[in-house]
Design a protein around this ligand. Structure first.
Ligand code: SIN
Ligand code: CO
Length: 375
C-alpha cells in the first residue's frame, strides 16, 4: 500500500498546474513494486509499448520494442521505457492509487523507466502533467520555466527542446517525487542504475476534442442537419459569402453541442476508453449471479482491472461509462458510483447486491467481462 506523504490541499492550491515541485520523501520507505528484470520481461511482449533510448557517437537513438535482448543496457547512458505498466503488473498498478485525489478521467497511465548511469531521454516538454517517482537509485533532474521554446527531432522518435536554465536542479532519491506540470521543459539523467515511475495526467486540447467529437458524429446513425437556403434572394456579388450565411453555418455546427449535456455520451465513451491494451483474462465459464454473491459472502474483495477506466457524470448519474461503453445503473446509482470511485470493493456491497437484482446483474456482467476480479 503506497501512501502519499503530502498536504494534498496545499499541493492543489499552490502547485497543481502552476509550478514544478519536488516532494521530498513523498513516499516514505519506498519499495519498488517491480524489478528491473520484470521491466525487461515486459519489453519483450508484442502488445506492450516499450522504447530504448541511448546515444552512440554522441547521437541520440531511440528504438521501439518488443526487444529480444538488452545489450544496450549493459552500457552507461541507456534507458528502457515501458508505457502503461499499470495495465500489466498488479503491484505496479497500486502506485497509481495514491494519485486518485485527482479524478480518474484525468489519469493517463503509469510509465516506468529503467536507466543505467547517465541514462535519460534528453531535454523535452510533455503535453501532460506528470508525477515522477524515484525508485531504485538516484537521478539528477533539471526543470526549466514554461516559456516558448524551440522543439526538434533529435531522432525520428525523440522530440527534444533547446537547452534551458533550471528553476529546479535536484538529485532524487528513492521515495522522492518530482511533479512537472504540462509544458515545463525537463531532463533527468541517472546517477546510478535507476527506476522511475511516471504517473501521467492527460488533458485533451481543442483539436483532440473536435476531431474525436466529429468521429463520433460520423459514426452515429443520427441524420445530420444540412444547410438550407430557401429564402435565397437575387445576388449582386456571387463571390461573397454573406454574414447571415456564415451565421447559419455557425448555428448548424453549434447545434450539435449546444449544451454540455449533449457532449455526455461522446465524451464518456471517449474518455473511458483505454489508450493501451488491457490485460483481460478470458473466463473459462461465465459466473452466475449466485456465484458472485457467494464470493462476497465468503469475504472476497474485487479489484478493478489495471488501467480500466470507469467514470460517470454529475449531470447524468444513472449512466456509467466503462472502457468505452455505457452501462445503466438506474435505481442503484450509489453502487454504480462506488464501482467507479473505488479501486477495490468488498462486503460493503453485499447488502445492496442482495436487495437489487439489476445491480447484481450488472456487477456479474462486469466480472464476466474481466473488468473486475476477485482477489
Ligand atoms: C524517464 O523516466 O526517463 C522519462 C520521464 C519523463 O521525462 O517524462
Ligand atoms: Co518527460
Amino acid at each position: 500500500m503506497f501512501e502519499l506523504n503530502l498536504d494534498i490541499s496545499h499541493f492543489l492550491d499552490s502547485c497543481w498546474q502552476k509550478k514544478p515541485t519536488v516532494i521530498k520523501q513523498g513516499f516514505i520507505d519506498f519499495e519498488d513494486p517491480i524489478l528491473p528484470d520484470e521491466i525487461a520481461g515486459l519489453a519483450m511482449e508484442e502488445e506492450i509499448e516499450s522504447r530504448l533510448v541511448y546515444k552512440t557517437d554522441n547521437k541520440w537513438k531511440a528504438e521501439s520494442g518488443p526487444f529480444a535482448s538488452f545489450e544496450k543496457l549493459e552500457n552507461d547512458g541507456a534507458s528502457l521505457l515501458i508505457q502503461a505498466v499499470d495495465h500489466w503488473h498488479e503491484e505496479a498498478q497500486t502506485l497509481v492509487r495514491p494519485f486518485r485525489f485527482l479524478p480518474n478521467w484525468r489519469i493517463d497511465d503509469l510509465m516506468i523507466s529503467y536507466s543505467t548511469p547517465k541514462g535519460g531521454v534528453g531535454p523535452h516538454i510533455d503535453n501532460y502533467d506528470v508525477f515522477i517517482i524515484q525508485g531504485l537509485g538516484k537521478r539528477h533532474w533539471r526543470v526549466g520555466d514554461k516559456v516558448a521554446m524551440r522543439e526538434f527531432a533529435a531522432h525520428g522518435a525523440l522530440k527534444h527542446c533547446e537547452a534551458f536554465d533550471a528553476i529546479i536542479d535536484v538529485i532524487l532519491e528513492p521515495g522522492d517525487i518530482l511533479y512537472i506540470p504540462c509544458g515545463f521543459p525537463h531532463e533527468g539523467y541517472a546517477v546510478e542504475p535507476s527506476m522511475n515511475y511516471s504517473v501521467g495526467f492527460r488533458a485533451p486540447d481543442q483539436n483532440d476534442l473536435l476531431s474525436s467529437f466529429a468521429d463520433y458524429c460520423l459514426d452515429s446513425n443520427e441524420v445530420p442537419e444540412r444547410y438550407l437556403d430557401r429564402a435565397m434572394q437575387l445576388r449582386e456579388k456571387p463571390g461573397q459569402i454573406e454574414a447571415q450565411e456564415l451565421n447559419e453555418l455557425h448555428r448548424i455546427m453549434l447545434a450539435k453541442c449546444q449544451t454540455p449535456d449533449a457532449l455526455i455520451p461522446w465524451f464518456g465513451e471517449m474518455i473511458s476508453e483505454a489508450k493501451h491494451d488491457l490485460d483481460i483474462a478470458e473466463l473459462e465459464q461465465p459466473h452466475s449471479t449466485k456465484e458472485i454473491l457467494n464470493f462476497f459472502e465468503e469475504g472476497a474483495q474485487f479489484t478493478r482491472l489495471g488501467g480500466l477506466r470507469a467514470v460517470y457524470f454529475q449531470q447524468l448519474p444513472a449512466l456509467l461509462f466503462i472502457n468505452g461503453e455505457q452501462f445503466s445503473c438506474e435505481g442503484f446509482t450509489e453502487l454504480g458510483h462506488h464501482l467507479c470511485d473505488q479501486d477495490e470493493v468488498g462486503s460493503e456491497l453485499l447488502e445492496l447486491l442482495n436487495e437489487d437484482n439489476s445491480a447484481l446483474n450488472l456487477f456479474t456482467q462486469l466480472v464476466n467481462l474481466g473488468y473486475w476480479y476477485a482477489i
